[in-house]
Design a protein around this ligand. Structure first.
Ligand code: S3P
Length: 451
C-alpha cells in the first residue's frame, strides 16, 4: 500500500435502507493468476474485468520487471478496461534489475516466489509493514526442496531474496496449512520443472490455479490421495495465451452484502459475483443464520460459476460455524463477525488460526474494534465468539484501527451503518489494495459520509 499520503479516516452512515444494483470489482485471486499465467504464455492474453487494485498492480509491475509486456487498453478511466499481456513463455522470465515491491500483497509475493523458484534468476521481494510481518516459511520450505536458495529476514519474512534452480527438482508435497497460495506457488514452480509436481491438500482451498492452468493448456490432474486431494502439474509446460473474463470478487461482495443484511429494509442486487464452491462458504454460513440471499441468473464466466446475488435485510441468528467451512470463506470472516454482531444470540467461530497471519491479526484486530464499538466478544486462540445485539443497532462511537488491512477497514465501515453513534476507521487507504471503488459503491446504495 502506498504510504506516501496521510492517513485517510473514513466514516459511513445510513439513514434508511440500502437499495439498488451494484457490480463489485474483479476477483483478486483470479486477476493475479490471469496476469501471471499470461506472462508465462507465448503470445497475447486478453483480460477483461481485471481488478485494478494496488495488489494486482504489484503483480503486473513485477511481471514487467521480469520481461512480460502488460498494458491497459484505453484512456485510464472507467472500471472495466481491457488488459493485454504478452508473455515470455515458461522458462523465459528474466532477472529483474531491482527489488520487486509487493506492497501489501501476500498473494503476489507467494505466487511469484513459486514462479522464480524454477527459473535461473534471482529476485528480491520487499513489501509494506504489514506484508513484512507475514510468514513466508510456508512457501520457502517446499521451494527449497525443489532447489531454490532463499535468504530472508528473521522468521523467514521480507525482505527475501530467492535464487531459482533450473532445472528444479519435482516434488510431492503435502501442505501443512490449508493455503491456496502455497499450493499455487508449488504448482507454478512445477510448470518449469522436469517431470511432475504434486501438491496434496487435506482441505480443499480455492481452486482457481487448477482451473485456469488447464485453460492455458497445462496438464493438471486432480485425484484422491490417502492424505487428501492431490493436484499434479506436468512440467516443462507450454502455456497457450487465453481470453479471460474475470468474475466479480465474492470477497469484495461480502461487504455490501452484509451491509444490506444488517440495515433494516434494505434490498440490494450484486451482479456477476463468482460463486465457486471453494469460495462460497460465506453464503452457506449466512443461509444457516437465516440470511435472505438469493442466487439468480447462474452462469459461467471465465470457467468459473457466477450468479447475481439478491440480498434482503434479514433477522440473523447466531450459530456455531462449522470449522470445516473456513477455507472456503477465509477472507470473509471479518464481514461475518459484523453480521454476527447484529444477530440474535452468539456466533461461535473456531478453526481460524490462519486469520492471525493475514494482512493483520484479524482475530485480534476485529476483537479490539468490535469491543470499542460496544460489541461483546470472546477471543479464542483460533477464533472468536461474538455476542449479538439481538438485531438492535450497536453502540458505535469509536475510532477503530485498520492496521493496514483493507478487509478490517471495510468491515468497520459496514458496522458503522448500523451503529447508534458513528464508527470511524483511522485509515481507509488500504481499501485500495482490493476494492478501489468501495466508498462510491456504498454511496450508490444509499450510504453516506457525514460532513
Ligand atoms: C489467496 C489465498 C488465501 C487468501 C488470499 C488470496 C489466493 O490465502 O486469504 O486473500 O489468491 O490464493 P492463503 O493461501 O494464505 O489462505
Amino acid at each position: 500500500m502506498t504510504t506516501q499520503t496521510l492517513p485517510q479516516p473514513l466514516t459511513l452512515r445510513a439513514d434508511g435502507p440500502l437499495a439498488g444494483t451494484a457490480t463489485v470489482p474483479g476477483d483478486k485471486s483470479i486477476s493475479h493468476r490471469a496476469l501471471m499465467f499470461g506472462a508465462l504464455a507465448v503470445g497475447e492474453t486478453v483480460v477483461d474485468g481485471l481488478l485494478e487494485g494496488e495488489d494486482v498492480h504489484a503483480t503486473a509491475n513485477a511481471l514487467r520487471a521480469m520481461g512480460a509486456e502488460i498494458v491497459r487498453e484505453g484512456d485510464g478511466g472507467g472500471t472495466s478496461a481491457r488488459w493485454r499481456v504478452w508473455g515470455v513463455g515458461v522458462g523465459g522470465l528474466l532477472q529483474p534489475a531491482t527489488a520487486l515491491d509487493m506492497g501489501n500483497s501476500g498473494t503476489s509475493t507467494r505466487l511469484l516466489m513459486g514462479l522464480v523458484a524454477s527459473h535461473p534468476i534471482t529476485a528480491t521481494f520487499i513489501g509494506d509493514a504489514s506484508l513484512s510481518g507475514r510468514p513466508m516459511a510456508r512457501v520457502a520450505e517446499p521451494l527449497r526442496l525443489m532447489g531454490a536458495s532463499i535468504a530472508a529476514a528473521p522468521g523467514t519474512r521480507l525482505p527475501l531474496t530467492l535464487t531459482g534452480r533450473c532445472p528444479a527438482v519435482p516434488l510431492r508435497y503435502v501442505l501443512s496449512v490449508a493455503s491456496a497460495q502455497v499450493k499455487s506457488a508449488v504448482l507454478l514452480a512445477g510448470l518449469n520443472t522436469p517431470g511432475r509436481t504434486t501438491v496434496v491438500e487435506r482441505e480443499a482451498t480455492r481452486d482457481h490455479s487448477e482451473r485456469m492452468l488447464r485453460g492455458f493448456g497445462a496438464e493438471v490432474t486432480v485425484e484422491d490421495a490417502p492424505e487428501g486431494r492431490a493436484i499434479t502439474v506436468g512440467g516443462e509446460a507450454e502455456l497457450r495465451p487465453q481470453a479471460i473474463a474475470v468474475p466479480g470478487d465474492i470477497s469484495s461482495a461480502a461487504f455490501p452484502l452484509v451491509a444490506a443484511l444488517i440495515v433494516p429494509g434494505s434490498r440490494v442486487t450484486l451482479t456477476g459475483v463468482g460463486v465457486n464452491p471453494t469460495r462460497d462458504g460465506l453464503l452457506r454460513v449466512l443461509a444457516m443464520m437465516g440470511a435472505a440471499v438469493e442466487r439468480v441468473n447462474p452462469r459461467e464466466v471465465g470457467g468459473e460459476p457466477v450468479a447475481d446475488l439478491v440480498v434482503t435485510a434479514s433477522d440473523l441468528t447466531g450459530i456455531d460455524v462449522p470449522p470445516e467451512v473456513a477455507p472456503s470463506m477465509i477472507d470473509e470472516f471479518p464481514a461475518l463477525f459484523v453480521a454476527a454482531a447484529l444477530s440474535h444470540g452468539r456466533t461461535v467461530m473456531r478453526g481460524l488460526a490462519e486469520l492471525r497471519v493475514k494482512e493483520s491479526d484479524r482475530i485480534a484486530t476485529m476483537a479490539a474494534g468490535l469491543t470499542a464499538c460496544g460489541v461483546r466478544v470472546e477471543e479464542l486462540p483460533d477464533g472468536l465468539i461474538v455476542h449479538g445485539s439481538d438485531g438492535e443497532a450497536i453502540a458505535g462511537g469509536a475510532t477503530v484501527a485498520a492496521r493496514l488491512d483493507h478487509r478490517i477497514a471495510m468491515s468497520f465501515a459496514v458496522l458503522g451503518l448500523r451503529a447508534r453513534a458513528a464508527v470511524t476507521i483511522d485509515d481507509a487507504r488500504p481499501i485500495a489494495t482490493s476494492f478501489p471503488g468501495f466508498v462510491a459503491l456504498m454511496e450508490g446504495l444509499g450510504a453516506y459520509r457525514p460532513v
